[in-house]
Design a protein around this ligand. Sequence first.
Ligand code: HEM
Length: 144
Amino acid sequence: MNADKDRPYGTGDASFQAAGSEAGLRKLVDEFFDRMGSDERFATIYAMHPEDKEVSRDKLARFLCGWLGGPKLYNEKYGAIGIPRVHAHLAIGTTERDQWLTCMTETVSEQGFAADFKVYLMEQLYVPAEAVRRRCAANESADQ
Ligand code: HEM
């Protein structure tokens, strides 16, 4: 369901606009990392990130801009990226994947996005989150 039938989410930059463009995504990502760092339920995944979370915030916000059909800001600054690949060195199983998704769901729920976009966004984010988990699981079995 989409209020704007001519521009469904996933078409052109409709999702990027629905997220409030770059400013909306930077706000989302800042609040995502604030929540991750202040809630014990997300301590495991917070500790996996580099000490300086400013770069992590910048990278995720820029990535989401392009991923949602907006400007390719990650590529402009950091180059090409494959989401499963950049997580391959990490121990991400179902528990860590779900910490990430729960932290993001709770943060998304507090944004001023349309209700149907919140549902759409979390359905879309599940796909790369699960791809990350599978990539990390493949590493583990290769080690044995
Ligand atoms: C499945 C759960 C996930 C966990 C636990 C997780 C955790 C992490 C961690 C710890 C890093 C820092 C890696 C390092 O610098 O050594 C990272 C980087 C990153 N993650 Fe995730 N992540 C998850 C899913 C996702 C998803 C679904 C996306 C995108 C939709 C994403 C986007 C990124 C980006 C863009 C970076 C920066 C990569 C770089 O340039 O170094 N992550 N993630």
